[in-house]
Design a protein around this ligand. Sequence first.
Ligand code: MN
Length: 427
Amino acid sequence: MKAALLCLFAALQLSAISPEFAQRRDKIRASIPNGVLVLFGAKESEDLHEGFFQETNFLYLTGWEEPGAILVITPAPEKDEPGYEARTQAPREILFLPQRVPAQEKWTGRKLGPSDPSAREATGFADVLPAEQFEAQLRRLLEIYPDLYALKGDPAAGVLSTIAPLRTIKDATMPIAHLRMQKSASEIAAIQKATDASIDAHRAAWRAIAPGKYEYQIAAVMVGTYLGEGCRRSAYAPIVGSGPNSTTLHYSRNSRRMDAGEVVVMDVAGECDDYASDITRTIPVNGKFSGRQREIYDVVLGAQKAAIAAVKPGMTLGRTTPDSLYKIAYDYINTHGKDLHGQPLGKYFTHGLSHDVGLDVHDAADYNQPLKAGMVITVEPGVYIPEENLGVRIEDVVLVTENGAKVLSEALPKDPDAIEKALAQRK
Ligand SMILES: [Mn+2]
């Protein structure tokens, strides 16, 4: 049954020739009036820690997963604009591919070259040219279009100021982010696949956890689970923080021995078919929350439930924006429970409530924009009290719908009784 499901999901992964990528390029065209958009794909790296992974904006617009490519897009010409005739004749999009390097291919495999007869069919681009023609083609297009768009901060984009030193380079990050924020059905399916594999990882961790075990042993079980289900890598460095480490937000050494009486925060998820998930649970190492641990846990859970109940189009993620989900969670935490000095707990909620999730775990986003149906965000309040060696974070992946929220990670229990019940079933 499970194998059949995995096959079904694998079939959902889009290849470059899916019309969805061409549709995304059509949409971005409307955001670059008078300009040429240039995006550089990732290059093959000498760093052996990871295999090749495409730059995510490039991947979003092309689906192309081979190194060293360059994407150029021009806007659709509008009648009455200057140079209309020349603009109608310019290509709307070009994919530049590097020439094949047989010596390199011995190491990392056969690539598609620009003169390969199947280049157009395999990429979904009508114009596929050799990368060495990029400069000449760009210069030609810049005679027709005054503006140049690229990703600000991309080191590869530095070459653009050499080719066109007098052009102002406009930042394409936000126009692309506005598209990336709105997930399609196939993107939501990929996030769900990553989420389901990550839920299995958390369940496996719960079975493995016991006083005397080390954090890395739990991390190993979790990573092994989602890699075994077809995820290609972790969506971020796994965080397994017990006792005092539960209060460090991005603790990732995972080197400590866990003891009875402590909680362990597990913020661990996989990336499958290029899409991330992001899930956190906090559980008692010995299977039972202490009274104080449960007190703090219930505050965080109450805040998370209040924020999820309020998710709907129009709400915001900022700390001070109107209709803020963060404020709902913060106010709940600050009015429930106390620290050891009788002070409210708001000051122990030391990070944001939410971020977008997609190709990147902290996905491209414009946090000044209110939520819309089709966005996928986390809801992850936390309370971290170093003085008590007690940190609690609960994080779910949530799809914004027209009517509210669909919690994609709902199948993983978070009610404290349900967690204790699951832990009681360990051998
Ligand atoms: Mn997160």
